[in-house]
Design a protein around this ligand. Structure first.
Ligand SMILES: [Ca+2]
Length: 225
């Protein structure tokens, strides 16, 4: 009875932790609303170092292992010509492989178009949606195309450009397996290992008969009936 209660308690703790993780690592929803980017990793780029419509000020990213998508967010300065369509692009370097990404972001109809090519110019993926705004845009690239399925660790370098800007000025954005896990995931994993260890220890203690007890009380009760 005590063991089964412990098991139920253990499962509940895991359940609550999983719910907590889910809430914390709020997924990106491609809807042209950008508040879901507030807690995601990002770099900034100075405003005023490029042609205003092509002038990056912020790049954010979020690789989601669940839906196998690498989500990316761009923000530009925009300036007086903020209603103009812009054409940012990216190179993605993963080991020996290079991928190229072309984008067309039209702030008037919110339409974002994303083309993913391999290094030889073959189209690997195309996606589009109403993901843009006057200054901001969100979109995704399929992780399972970029990275071999089942590969446990990876590191990719993102080079983000427009016709007159490179973002960030400091260099490339490196996305590795580590950055796909939040701190809470690590804490949760440690807690689970801790709980598993305690449970195992408690389980063992139950098996060992207590010292200086002549008759096992359970056996004594049974013999009476
Ligand atoms: Ca969104």
């Amino acid at each position: 009875m005590r063991n089964s209660l412990e098991n139920i308690g253990f499962m509940m703790v895991i359940g609550l932790l999983l719910i907590g993780m889910r809430t914390f690592a709020s997924d990106i929803i491609l809807d042209g609303q950008y508040d879901d980017w507030d807690d995601k990793p990002f770099v900034t780029d100075p405003a005023g170092d490029a042609t205003d419509i092509e002038d990056f000020v912020k790049i954010a990213w979020y690789p989601n292992g669940d839906d196998q998508r690498l989500y990316i967010y761009f923000e530009r300065f925009g300036g007086a010509r903020y209603t103009r369509t812009w054409y940012p692009y990216m190179d993605i370097v993963i080991g020996e492989s290079i991928y190229r990404v072309d984008l067309k972001i039209n702030p008037r109809n919110k339409r974002v178009k994303v083309w993913l090519y391999d290094d030889f110019g073959s189209l690997l993926n195309y996606s589009t949606g109403k993901w843009g705004d006057l200054y901001e845009a969100e979109f995704f690239l399929p992780l399972d195309i970029l990275i071999d399925a089942g590969r446990s660790g990876y590191s990719m370098d993102l080079h983000v450009y427009s016709s007159s800007d490179v973002a960030p000025d400091s260099g490339v954005i490196t996305i590795s397996t580590i950055s796909t896990y939040s701190t809470l995931t690590f804490v949760t994993a440690l807690l689970l290992i801790g709980l598993w260890y305690i449970k195992k220890k408690v389980g063992k203690e139950n098996v060992v008969p207590p010292p200086n007890v002549g008759i096992n009380p359970n056996t004594a009760t049974l013999s009476k009936t």
